[in-house]
Ligand binder design. Structure first.
Ligand code: ATP
Ligand code: MG
Length: 354
């Protein structure tokens, strides 16, 4: 029987609640399938670790993760630590250290979810957003001078390399090709940003020639937000830069009903390193420790993890169990307008698996 080595990093806030829930569901799934097992190693990195050690994770942290089949991540963020420290010190360190250059974010309206677009049926909204996850606006390059003086100035330099854009574009075209509609929208801002974004457009044309069966179009990011709301059915696979896709995917999550449902994978498509799966929500300190967190975003992330490690049948089985649970409003957590608790949703999914 195959045993998958999974690293769990709950991180901060409700990450410490949803990741154990995810583990419980994974154990139940392994038991129900009977063909594979999980071996978990838990890493207590994040805000608490920072208070004790002055860093979010140890210097040799990546080495401890390197031999894992996948990583399940909760959330990094702490109201008492600046956001750029928690982000760069843990999540981005792993994404960049393992060159997880494709951030993949599926969005669908799950059964039973009351989503805000009333003119839209669940069939109209079935997207997968591909976010460039290694460079662009979040390269971390820039500087700040003359702090506190009238002439203070600061820059955040967006770096886009031909190799970086080509590889994410190729990933997006290939993903679009694998989906029934074979439809890709390439999002840019090449009217206003006239260097890197124009290169991005040119590379889209170039890579499209490798995928003649994929229908594709271009959209400016501002127009893309309106299109997501007004004409959701015209979109399927969407590729965008690090910053643009970050914003579009929060909009997508909200349109699908709640931030608490949405999953994501930080993927190294070349499989040189472990990929990392996580709910898109943050640490949500306002509800932390109360047992109120919606674990569905984590469960759906586990579905993506299973697809990635090569267990598509188990992934489908878990997704069906999750959808059976969301279909029942009595099992909705507060973010969905219900009164269910994390444990209620978790045990209902475990039950639906057997
Ligand atoms: P961070 O600073 O780490 O991004 P945050 O406190 O901003 O964390 P978000 O994840 O951005 O939290 O979520 C915003 C709000 O949405 C939270 O304060 C919380 O009330 C709600 N929320 C987010 N995720 C969930 C969830 N899984 N279950 C229930 N409510 C959630
Ligand atoms: Mg937030």
């Amino acid at each position: 029987m195959k045993t998958y080595r999974i690293a769990t990093i709950p991180g901060d806030g409700i990450g410490k609640e949803v990741i154990p829930a995810g583990q419980e569901v994974m154990q139940a799934l392994a038991k129900a399938c009977g063909t594979f097992a999980f071996e978990f190693e838990n890493f207590g990195w994040g805000g608490d670790y920072y208070r004790e050690h002055g860093v979010m994770m140890p210097a040799d942290g990546l080495d401890a993760l390197r031999n894992k089949d996948a990583i399940l991540f909760g959330s990094a963020g702490d109201p008492h630590i600046p956001d750029h420290i928690t982000l760069w010190g843990l999540r981005l360190k792993i994404c960049q250290g393992f060159d997880q250059y494709a951030n993949v974010r599926p969005t669908r309206i799950l059964p039973g979810i009351d989503a805000p677009l009333k003119r839209c049926t669940p069939q109209d909204l079935d997207w997968i957003i591909v976010r460039e996850n290694s460079e662009g606006e979040y390269s971390g390059v820039g500087g700040r001078v003359h702090q506190g003086h009238p002439i203070e100035a600061a820059t955040d330099v967006s770096i886009m390399t031909r190799a970086g854009v080509e590889r994410i574009m190729r990933y997006a075209f290939k993903l679009a090709q694998s989906r029934p509609r074979k439809l890709l929208t390439v999002v840019t801002k090449s009217n206003a940003q006239r260097h890197a974004m124009v290169m991005w457009d040119e590379i889209a044309v170039q890579i499209s020639k490798e995928y003649p069966d994929v229908k594709w179009d271009k959209e400016l990011v501002d127009a893309a937000t309106a299109r997501m709301v007004n004409r959701p059915a015209t979109l399927d696979t969407i590729v965008a830069t690090n910053l643009h896709a970050d914003i579009l995917s929060d909009l997508a999550a909200a349109l699908a009903g709640s931030l608490g449902i949405a999953p994501t994978g930080n993927i190294d498509p070349e499989r040189r390193y472990p990929s990392m799966f996580e709910p898109i929500h943050g640490s949500a300190f306002d509800i932390m420790g109360k047992g109120l967190a919606n674990p569905v975003g984590t469960f759906w992330s586990v579905v993506m993890l299973l697809e990635h490690i090569g267990e598509p049948a188990a992934a489908q089985r878990l997704m069906q169990a999750v959808e059976a649970v969301t279909a029942n409003p009595a099992l909705h957590t507060g973010d969905l307008g219900g009164t269910a608790r994390t444990v209620d949703v978790t045990s209902a999914v475990c039950k639906a698996l057997v």
